[in-house]
Design a protein around this ligand. Structure first.
Ligand SMILES: [Zn+2]
Length: 314
C-alpha cells in the first residue's frame, strides 16, 4: 500500500527539516516540470529522493508502518508478555513479544534474537520504558526483530501514547457487519465443504436446470465447480462462523477432494491471520466473516520468512 500524500509530506518534512509549505512548493514545481505526468505522491517520492531521504532508514510513526517493509520507531512498551520457548523439529529457541505505542498508534513487536530476549529476562526492558527500534522487519502487521535489528532504551519522553492497535485489527467481540478486518484466531470447528456452480465468465452463480446450467447474465454456460468451507473461529474474545472459498481453502492446505475427517485434522486448532468482511447472515440472524485472505502464523513459516528477509538484507 502507498503512504498517503499527507503522510509523505509529514515524513519528508521531518527528515529534511523543511517546512511542509516549502516541500509542497517543490512537489508542485516537480509536477509542472514533468507536465503533470506524475501523481502528487509520485512527485513527493522524487523530491524526497532528491533531498537524499531514504525512507527505509527514516524513523516512522507507528501509524505509518502499514505497507512498509522496515521499521525504525520510538515507542513506549505498554505491554510486555512473558518470554515463550518453542521447539519445532530441528529448531528451538525463545520468543519475546511486547506492544509498543507512540502518540499515533501501537504495534506488536516480536523478538527472536537471544541477545534481545536477554534484555527482557534481565529486566533491562520493562513496561513503561521508552525504546528505540531500528531495522525491524514488518511481517503480518507486526514488527519482527531479527539479530540484525537494534533495540535500546531511548532518552525520549513519550507522554500521551495511543493504546489501540493500528491496521484496523479488531477482536471478534468488537466487529460489526460491514467491517473489513484482519484478526488472529484459532480454527475451532470445520464443517463438510459444500460445492456450487459458477459461471466461467463472471463467477456469478450458475443455476442447474434440466439441460445444464444457466447464468443470469450469460445464459447457458458450462459451469465451474467451486467449493466453500464453513469454519468457526475463536480469538479468545468470541467465536464466529467464517466462510472460506476455493482459493482460501487451498491456502490453508485443506483439500476438498480428500477425506473430510483427515483434512479437518490439518486445520483444527491452528492459529492464522484472517482478513475479510463481516456480513449479517439474515437467515441465521448472526454475523459471518467472509474470508478474503489467510496468512499462516505457523512458527516455522514465520522463521523462514524472517531468514529470507535477512539474507536479502545482508
Ligand atoms: Zn455469467
Amino acid at each position: 500500500m502507498q503512504a498517503s500524500y499527507d503522510q509523505l509530506l509529514e515524513r519528508i518534512s521531518r527528515a529534511s527539516g523543511l517546512a511542509r509549505e516549502e516541500i509542497e512548493r517543490k512537489i508542485e514545481a516537480k509536477r509542472a516540470k514533468l507536465s503533470g505526468l506524475v501523481s502528487k505522491e509520485g512527485a513527493a517520492q522524487i523530491v524526497a529522493a532528491e533531498l537524499g531521504i531514504n525512507f527505509e532508514k527514516q524513523k516512522s510513526k507507528i501509524n505509518e508502518l502499514e505497507g512498509a517493509k522496515r521499521a525504525n520507531i520510538t515507542g513506549k512498551i505498554i505491554k510486555l508478555f512473558p518470554v515463550r520457548e518453542y521447539k519445532k523439529e530441528n529448531r528451538e529457541g525463545k520468543i519475546g513479544s511486547m506492544i509498543v505505542a507512540d502518540e499515533t498508534a501501537s504495534v506488536r513487536v516480536v523478538l527472536w534474537d537471544a541477545n534481545h530476549i536477554k534484555l527482557i529476562e534481565n529486566g533491562e526492558l520493562k513496561e513503561g520504558d521508552v525504546i528505540e527500534i531500528n531495522n525491524g522487519n514488518i511481517r503480518n502487521s507486526e514488527v519482527q526483530l531479527s539479530g540484525f535489528a537494534d533495540i535500546k532504551i531511548s532518552s525520549e519522553k513519550l507522554e500521551n501514547v495511543k493504546t489501540e492497535r493500528s491496521f484496523s485489527e479488531k477482536k471478534l467481540a468488537d466487529i460489526k457487519p460491514g467491517d473489513a478486518v484482519r484478526l488472529r484466531a484459532f480454527v475451532v470447528q470445520a464443517f463438510e465443504p459444500r460445492f456450487f456452480d459458477v459461471c466461467p465468465e463472471c463467477s456469478g452463480r450458475a443455476v442447474a436446470d434440466a439441460e445444464g446450467s444457466v447464468c443470469e447474465k450469460h445464459g447457458r454456460v458450462v459451469p465451474q465447480k467451486r467449493a466453500l468451507l464453513n469454519v468457526v473461529l475463536d480469538d479468545g474474545t468470541e467465536n464466529m462462523r467464517a466462510v472460506l472459498f476455493s482459493e482460501q481453502i487451498d491456502s490453508v492446505g485443506f483439500s476438498v477432494q480428500e477425506n473430510f475427517v483427515l483434512e479437518r485434522e490439518k486445520i483444527l486448532g491452528r492459529e492464522m491471520a484472517f482478513s475479510g468482511t463481516v456480513r449479517q447472515n439474515k437467515f441465521f440472524n448472526n454475523q459471518e466473516l467472509f474470508i478474503s485472505s489467510v496468512e499462516d502464523l505457523n512458527l516455522d513459516n514465520l522463521i523462514s520468512e524472517l531468514e529470507k528477509a535477512n539474507s536479502i538484507q545482508q
